[in-house]
Ligand binder design. Structure first.
Ligand code: NAP
Length: 490
């Protein structure tokens, strides 16, 4: 690569999204001397997923000392796996500390962007226009909600909402609540509300494997120790990250690994030791392998589902009626609220935004069925346009914060190339993208995600759209861009 020690021009950069990765861009671009930056955020607060989700029980099942920016360790995490509101406060506080809040335009969504005359022209939901030399999409993966098509949904007389649109006006205490879905979200909600409601019906379409979790609190002494000895936190970051990598990340990418077999055994032991009633145990036992779907990690779920107020409903849903949910066996489950824990459209990325690249190429055409991209960050035909946590990122295996940092550092090296010249277009070549994606598709066949289950990892062709190699390989390959894989033109 060329030396970028003498940038020849100041770039204007637009970042879309002010969640974990958008805030990261704001901080790091500033540190790299790029100050003409605007970050557009469709929500009315920063924090992305940690702002959009506010359901009871929200937490992160990646240890907080790893789910932190490497440059901003936090001595005040309350527990190993901290609750959602605390994580939101961390991202807000970090954005404020690094002075990126002034660059953020809240409540303003980018509705379309097109590449003309060497620059990106953007339109916003407020009817404004903007122009940028470089665009970074930091729009996240799980933000377009998946609303199921269940007959009669509009006829329900109670409250009905998706988990990412939690209705805080609804009084949970003493009410009858139906939760549809059994993903990580539903499981966290079940554990959090079962003791508050009169009745909780959990509508399960597919049982889940659940890994046990202990969540020790950090004492005041621990926090003081972290504060006075930041090197302890740095060491924890490295050790936890390595343990996560060895115990989980490297296990899920090889369906025959000892690691994934050990995860299955741990899940079976968890179910066996926790669930007493043989019939309930049978109904909670999946018929696919542990880790095929995104693994659930919860120390509370099995206790919660055995509380007197909890009912596991595994009859398929027939329809929704005025008073509740009717299942295929004809039974009406009367409810005051229906919570749709039905997940997200994970393959939308920045869409429905309309993105038009060089020569009028439409992203919706390029990504009609699947979402090919080179190294998750660049798309042929879309110059000077980058993504963080784009397609095939290691979303199913690692702390997304470290993934975003690695991707940003890589993108920054490309931005350095762009600013080293008076006018320069840079985008992945079609050949590099095709060969990268062919390699991913081939490798994904050997992962646990491809062993036969329905999950949001799978794309329209049934191929797991996540990084199918080790984190070591990810780090190594993302260390330095190979410009032979890019179309670079002045
Ligand atoms: P999800 O994992 O996609 O689960 C959606 C659930 O809804 C599934 O049980 C699915 O059943 C069910 N469902 C969907 N459509 C349905 C329908 N029409 N009728 C009945 N059931 C239906 O969604 P999620 O639980 O919101 O989690 C999404 C992801 O967010 C997770 O996988 C995880 O990556 C992330 N997350 C992370 C944390 C964390 O602690 N880090 C916490 C929460 C979420 P099937 O299984 O049959 O499809």
């Amino acid at each position: 690569m060329k030396s970028a020690s003498k940038p020849q021009r100041d770039l204007r950069v637009v970042v879309v999204g002010a969640g974990m990765s958008g805030i990261l861009c704001g901080i790091r671009l500033q540190q790299e001397g790029i100050t003409d930056v605007t970050i557009y955020e469709k929500g009315d607060r920063v924090g992305g997923t940690w702002h959009e989700n506010s359901y009871p029980g929200l937490s992160c099942d990646v240890p907080s000392h790893v789910y932190s920016y490497s440059f901003e360790p936090n001595p005040d995490w309350s527990s190993v796996f901290s609750p959602g509101p605390e994580i939101l406060r961390y991202f807000e506080a970090t954005a404020a500390k690094y002075s990126v809040l002034d660059a953020i335009r809240l409540g303003e969504e980018i509705t379309s962007t097109s590449y003309r005359d060497g620059r990106w022209h953007l339109e916003t939901s407020r009817g404004r226009s903007d122009v940028a030399d470089v665009v970074i999409m930091a729009t996240g993966v799980l933000h377009q909600i998946n609303l199921p098509e269940i007959e009669g949904m509009a006829s329900f007389e109670g409250e009905l909402f998706h988990t990412a649109r939690w209705n805080h006006d609804f009084k949970l205490d003493g009410s009858r609540v139906g939760v549809v879905g059994t993903g990580s979200t539903a499981v966290q909600i079940t554990g959090a509300i079962v003791d508050r409601v009169e009745k909780l019906c959990l509508f399960q379409r597919t049982p889940q494997w659940v890994m046990p979790q202990e969540n020790p609190q950090y004492s005041d002494e621990d926090k003081e120790n972290f504060r006075t000895h930041p090197e302890v936190m740095k060491k924890m970051y490295r050790e936890m990250s390595q343990a996560f990598e060895d115990g989980f990340s490297n296990a899920v990418i090889d369906a025959n690994s000892d690691g994934i077999k050990a995860i299955q055994v741990a899940c079976i032991d968890h179910l066996e030791s926790k669930v007493r009633d043989p019939d309930l145990k049978r109904r909670l036992t999946p018929d696919y392998r542990a880790g095929c779907k995104r693994l659930i990690i919860s120390g509370k779920f099995y206790d919660a589902i055995q509380q007197p107020s909890a009912v596991l409903v595994d009859e398929p849903i027939e329809c929704i009626e005025a008073k509740g949910i009717r299942t295929r066996d004809g039974k009406l489950h009367e409810l005051d609220a229906i919570v749709l824990a039905t997940g997200f459209k994970a393959h939308q990325f920045m869409r429905p935004m309309e993105v038009t690249g060089r020569d009028g190429i439409k992203l919706n055409d390029v990504w009609r069925r699947t979402t090919p991209a080179y190294r998750s960050i660049s798309i042929p035909g879309f110059p000077n346009f980058f993504m963080l946590i784009g397609p095939n990122s290691p979303v199913g295996n690692f702390s997304l914060v470290e993934v975003a940092e690695i991707q940003f550092n890589y993108v920054m090296k490309l931005i350095d190339e762009i600013r080293s010249s008076a006018s320069l277009e840079l985008e992945a070549t079609q050949a590099a993208t095709d060969s990268f994606n062919a390699e991913l598709i081939e490798a994904s066949k050997g992962t646990i995600w491809a062993t036969g289950c329905r999950s949001w990892y799978l794309d329209e062709d049934g191929v797991p759209a996540a990084w199918p190699f080790t984190m070591r390989k990810f780090r190594d390959e993302m260390e330095q861009p190979d410009l032979r894989d890019y179309r670079v033109s002045s």
